[in-house]
Design a protein around this ligand. Sequence first.
Ligand SMILES: [Fe+2]
Length: 371
Amino acid sequence: MSVLQFLTTVHFGDGKRDQLPALLAQSNVGKPLFVTDRGVIRAGVFAQATEHVAGADAMPVFDDTPVNPTEAAAAAGAALYKHSGCDGVVGIGGGAALDLAKAIAVLATHEPPLWNYCNRHAKPAPIDRAPPLILLPTTAGTGSEVGRSAVIVFDNGIKAGVRCPDLVTAAICDPELTHGLPPSITASTGMDALAHCIETYCSPTVNPPADAISLDGMQRIFRHLERAVAGGTDPEARWNMMMGSLEGAISFQKGMGAVHALSHPLGARGFHHGTLNAILLPPVLRANREALGDKWAMMLRQAGWPGDADFAAGIARLNAAIGIPARLRDIGVKQDCLAEVAGQALEDNAHKTNPRLLAQADYLAILESAY
Ligand SMILES: [Fe+2]
């Protein structure tokens, strides 16, 4: 039996950003460092998220978040934290900004390099004195606000996690912060959330509560993703997408599979995580088909598709309907990196919890069929 761990305090609902001042006060944070990205600021979402915080305009902001957060960006953010005399961190943005906020909170009070805290080590350096950290997602995708780690591209080029399950003081999931999200980002981040629910459910680790949560998240996403892409301000679609994203990340404590084992090394080459997962889902589902047993039919039910339908083909059709490119070549992946990526997938933590044990040749076959 797995360890069952569902940790983070979450304030969920439309308008819940009004809780931010009280949460800062409860954590004795007088001068937070805000971690976000320039797109979130330009779109006015940063101002919306902080509208109830008195004096937010004058507080330090780190907005230099890369598409895939890096060890160097974490070090730069921690330097700003120390230079500004901050006493807490607030992350506002998509998964990249939230994961970076986590890494900055670690380096704010722990010795570098960040690599020492990476989950690739048998015994990562302890994280035991980080400042208060409050996270507000502005996409419905990664669920980083309740995830147990921060996924970082380290200086050595490896994309992997810093395991930090106790780091987040509280999360505020306010679906209104996602109403202005463009259709393409709604689609790609939504497919990341769906990939979390599917990979978690398919993972053979024994954790029935996580399975139930992932199935509920899956159904919400299947019912609402196309609506959220088509009509950004549809409050019911946005609420359910954010709940599905949260549920995907609560449940992926159980472990994921080949989609993420491949999208991590591909993401280290600069490609968007959610888009990669969307493209990889159909061929990975086909490769895992025999090992999934009754789960295949259960997922068809969650999707609302006929019992004799091809679940993998359905996911490919959903990708097309929401404007996601069909193939890795369409987003600029170079064919000559595929063999190396297939080897790197074997090193990824998600590799260990795929429904069947895959070899490098299996990963290469998946990549080639997605290419
Ligand atoms: Fe993901």
